[in-house]
Design a protein. Structure first.
Lengths: 131, 111
């Protein structure tokens, strides 16, 4: 067996995972649970990208204070994604525009995509998981 | 959830012994957790524990071991940011044991 085969066996199959975040950060568990799944997926050395669309763009908003609703402010955790080698963060242009948001309002660096660009990116994925 | 008495104070821990309320943490609790984990605390141990508390304050999560190792390397240098050094300090897993001593939840992505 060649060295390459050994390496392939050790590293396993790498799939392209896209996590689609469509819900506001609080009020449901989707955003926080989705984030945990993303962090776990990264531990398996998969190709992970995250997309924020609809009210999901609110997950990335700067200057959140959750004291009044007595839940954990996990928005800071998005800034740890870089350390988990998750660098592909995308937001939907239309969702941003509809809510009067720009990249300046967000806690992390993102790539803003048009509807067509987003569709192409989704078509490239092996797995798309929506939260 | 179980309650334990540490230095005369009642403290709530989860079924694996992790502190439930992070804000209760103090050095007495750290020392108690260290004894539970059979870890003898040295300056090197405290350095990692304090690093983890800072990490948590900044990102609101306990990092996975791979992420912790890399982050320590960045801050404290490569002779500390490696598996050998960290496993010598915390033989049963640096993220798991050091997080417990630091009063943090069990790391996310810890498998």
């Amino acid at each position: 067996m060649s060295e390459m085969d050994d390496m392939d066996e050790g590293s396993g199959i790498i799939k392209k995972f896209m996590f689609l975040n469509r819900k506001a950060p609080h009020g449901t568990v989707y955003a926080l649970e989705g984030l945990e799944v993303v962090l776990i997926t990264a531990a398996f050395d998969q190709d992970v990208s995250m997309v924020f669309t609809d009210d999901g763009v609110y997950q990335l908003i700067k200057g959140v204070d959750t004291k009044g609703i007595e839940v954990k402010d996990f928005s800071k955790t998005y800034r740890a994604l870089d350390g988990y080698d998750i660098e592909k963060l995308y937001v939907d242009q239309k969702s941003m525009d509809a809510r009067g948001l720009t990249e300046e309002d967000l806690i992390v660096d993102v790539t803003v995509l048009s509807v067509d660009e987003m569709a192409n990116l989704m078509a490239e994925q092996d797995v798309v998981i929506s939260f | 959830m179980p309650m334990v008495e540490i230095a005369g104070k009642e403290v709530e821990v989860d079924e694996e012994g992790y502190l439930v309320d992070l804000s209760q943490w103090n050095e007495d609790i750290a020392k108690y957790m260290a004894v539970e984990e059979k870890v003898e605390m040295t300056d090197g141990h405290w350095e990692v524990v304090n690093f983890l508390r800072e990490y948590y304050a900044e990102y609101q999560i306990a990092p996975a071991v791979r992420v912790l190792t890399k982050a320590i390397g960045k801050k404290l240098g490569p002779d500390k940011g490696n598996n050998k050094y960290l496993y010598e300090l915390f033989p049963y897993g640096p993220a798991k044991q050091a997080c417990k001593i630091a009063g943090l939840p069990k790391p996310t992505g810890c498998i």
